[in-house]
Ligand binder design. Structure first.
Ligand code: SF4
Length: 295
């Protein structure tokens, strides 16, 4: 049986950067607090915890003292930086440069919309750290929508600027933008609608869906490796499943089942942007061992 690891799966550069920053700090200080999971992957979080990383929530910031606190790739709202400063905590900022840029754009759009009595809308997962960080750039005034259905209470008679969380689905974003445009046309007519749709889905994620579908079609079985909390993992797994019905989701080697690999020629191992390479390799090795036991 042939086993192939998808070369395009695994950490995006934002996550690589955050983990490298954490490891550098841990190697030189041995003490680092991280606000939330550094990546939505339980196994990678456990690996870094073994090196001394302490995962905390916002409530704990007041207890850190004059130690260092890492801000992960998703970013944080301005209130978090203020809270750290007020408590004498040194911030090590590993916000992804793409997210930082998006935060700035959301802030500028909010300032502009204030002048025009308009609205900033963000397509994203409510409660997701990146989205909380973005909404923080608008003094909490941006509206977060997860689907077209969430648009019902929006006032379409004022200017609107639309953004997407970096890891959301391009198709749903296009539907939301189209629905807003249709509603606004009823008030403004079809020309000069005051709607600005920003293309802010990260290229590292947007292209993966199609690439992953092609990879999934090539193999008899796909084992998709991801943490259960990763929204990007859920979305990419759905693409795998659509392309290849024999796709299985696992978070660790314990969840592999030998019957998935009976009488097949090839297995593809893929993962989310939050899945470490070493974990995909571990899963591939475990599948190989199962294959040897089966034969
Ligand atoms: S998905 Fe893109 S924006 Fe998000 S952390 Fe990774 S590189 Fe940065």
């Amino acid at each position: 049986m042939k086993i192939e690891i998808d070369t395009r799966s695994g950490f995006c550069f934002g996550v690589v950067n955050a983990i490298q920053t954490a490891e550098q700090q841990l190697n030189s200080n041995g003490d680092l607090y991280c606000l939330g999971d550094i990546v939505h992957n339980e196994e990678e979080v456990a690996r870094l915890q073994n090196k001394g990383l302490k995962v905390i929530s916002h409530d704990y910031i007041k207890n850190i003292g004059e130690k260092k606190m890492l801000i992960r790739a998703h970013g944080e709202p301005p209130s978090t930086y203020q809270l750290a400063k007020a408590n004498g905590v040194e911030v090590v900022d590993a916000t992804c440069p793409v997210v930082l840029k998006l935060q700035e754009r959301v802030h500028q759009a909010w300032l502009e919309m204030k002048k025009l009595h308009g609205t900033v809308i963000i397509y994203g997962k409510k409660g997701h750290a990146e989205v909380i960080g973005l909404v923080g750039q608008t003094n909490g005034e941006a509206t977060v929508v997860e689907s077209v259905t969430d648009l019902t209470p929006i006032n379409f008679t004022v200017p609107i600027v639309l953004f997407s969380q970096t890891t959301k689905e391009p198709e749903v974003y296009a539907q939301i933008a189209e629905s807003i445009k249709t509603q606004m046309e009823k008030h403004f007519g079809s020309k000069n609608i005051p709607l600005k749709v920003n293309n802010t889905i990260c290229g590292q994620v947007a292209n993966r869906k199609n690439e992953l579908a092609s990879f999934a079609e090539k193999h008899d079985v796909i084992v998709f490796v991801s943490g259960k909390k990763s929204s990007n993992g859920k979305m990419l797994f759905d693409s795998c499943k659509q392309a290849n019905n024999h796709s299985f989701f696992v978070s660790s080697t314990d969840e592999l089942q030998p019957e998935w690999f009976k009488n097949i020629q090839s297995v593809g191992v893929a993962g989310a942007t939050s899945t470490p390479q070493w974990l995909m390799e571990k899963v591939a090795a475990a599948i190989e061992a199962m294959d040897q036991n089966l034969s």
